[in-house]
Design a protein around this ligand. Structure first.
Ligand SMILES: CC(=O)SCCNC(=O)CCNC(=O)[C@H](O)C(C)(C)COP(=O)(O)OP(=O)(O)OC[C@H]1O[C@@H](n2cnc3c(N)ncnc32)[C@H](O)[C@@H]1OP(=O)(O)O
Ligand SMILES: O=C([O-])CC(=O)C(=O)O
Length: 370
């Protein structure tokens, strides 16, 4: 048996949710470019869960269900209040989502209908959990969700208590669409491995959140924000990146396991970064990013991934950088739940083999003779 490092190129199962073929990303067969241009995030959630775009009444029904389920149990809010203020929001989210299961009467119910209802609750409540933590760590009271708002509008509203601008809501909604699913990425695969034991959906989502948190995956967007802050100005880009490349350090937000000719989501975020950073009077954030891209692509041939320009987009939207990965989780909750439901529908335990490289023919030695 020989191992494939990092399971590169291994096709682990069939799926009808999302495809990446020749660098083209589609949800349910629809090119991400069309969705980014025309769809709303709620339509994309429906598409991922049902395999087709919703008709008007189906979309209205989903939006109503998401709105009605956005509030989280008071016990969960109270427990978030007790978290140490300095913990990372992804750690807080991992614990908070796990605690949602404790107050969900259907948590162990495994019918497809119950798993769909839990998917709605997880999708609706994740933004509420993150916004509540973001406020309570500053000693502020959480803002209750507005059931008539979209997910994008509600999250921005719950962070500040003020109605967000239309521009901010639109930009955030497009970012949610772009991050919603990505076939067997690490966090989705972790969720599928977890639920393939026929454990509950919350366990799968907790695995996924813990996996997304890492800097090689969703955590890269926060690392990009840290890099831009460290660089500080356009003039400093060259020496900063030169040093990193000479030291063989990774540049966050570049490279991808699947895309070698560029991530189709990055161009959307680049465009948004340009417009939004200009609007807030901080065009240097975009200019620094472009200069980093020119150097890294020019010297290493590596292209920006979804996490690179999302950092300057979120900075321009006034969001705190440690919320960037939790925001990714809000969006990816749609894909995670879609994949979990698909896994349950056609389940087989996921259990690969290891290529053993340790010692052989050893014997037990009593402790006083070792
Ligand atoms: C939503 C997402 O998860 S998108 C990915 C977010 N993660 C990041 O942006 C972190 C930075 N990028 C990386 O670490 C990688 O490109 C990954 C993890 C995304 C993909 O990793 P892999 O497919 O395993 O590629 P791998 O790490 O083997 O890279 C191949 C070569 O390119 C280099 N490389 C890859 N990415 C980078 C980078 N960002 N900066 C510098 N060099 C890089 C590697 O050092 C390696 O070089 P070598 O062959 O000389 O050793
Ligand atoms: O697919 C991957 O490996 C990572 C990624 O881009 C994503 O999860 O969106």
């Amino acid at each position: 048996m020989t191992a494939t490092r990092g399971l590169e190129g291994v096709v682990a199962a069939q799926s009808s949710i999302c495809s990446i073929v020749d660098g083209v990303l589609c949800y349910g067969g629809i090119n991400i470019d069309e969705l980014a241009e025309h769809a709303t995030f709620e339509e994309v959630v429906y598409l991922l869960w049902h395999g087709a775009l919703p008709k008007r009444d189906q979309l209205d029904a989903l939006k109503k269900q998401l709105g009605e389920n956005a509030a989280v149990p008071q016990e969960v809010i109270d427990s978030i209040k007790s978290y140490p203020k300095g913990v990372h929001p992804m750690a807080a989210l991992r614990t908070a989502v796990s605690s949602l299961a404790l107050y969900d009467a259907e948590a162990q119910e495994m019918s497809p209908e119950a798993n769909y209802r839990k998917s709605i609750r997880l999708m609706a409540q994740t933004p509420t959990l993150i916004a509540a933590f973001a406020r309570m760590r500053k000693g502020l009271e959480p803002v209750a969700p507005n059931p008539s708002y979209s997910i994008a509008q509600n999250f921005l509203y719950m962070l500040t208590g003020e109605a967000p601008t239309e521009t901010a809501v639109k930009a955030f909604d497009v970012a949610l669409i772009l991050h919603a699913d990505h076939e067997f990425n690490a966090s989705t695969f972790a969720a599928r491995v977890t639920v393939a034991t026929l454990t509950d959906i919350y366990s799968g989502i907790v695995s996924a959140i813990g996996t997304l948190k890492g800097p090689l995956h969703g955590g890269a967007n926060e690392a990009v924000a840290a890099m831009l802050a460290e660089i500080g100005s356009v003039d400093e880009v060259e020496s900063y990146i030169r040093q990193k490349l000479d030291n063989k350090e990774k540049i966050m937000g570049f490279g991808h396991r699947v895309y070698k000719d560029g991530d189709p989501r990055a161009k959307w975020l680049k465009q948004m970064s340009k417009a939004l950073t200009a609007q807030i009077g901080r065009p240097e954030l975009y200019e620094m990013s472009v200069k980093v891209e020119d150097m890294v692509t020019g010297e290493k041939g590596l292209k920006p991934n979804v996490d690179f320009y999302s950092a300057s987009v979120y900075i321009a939207l006034g969001l705190e950088s440690d919320l960037f990965t939790p925001i990714f989780a809000i969006s990816r909750m749609s894909g995670w739940t879609a994949h979990i439901m698909e896994q349950y529908e056609n389940n087989r335990l996921i259990r690969p083999r290891a290529d053993y490289t340790g010692p052989v023919n050893q014997h037990y030695v009593p402790i006083d003779r070792r």
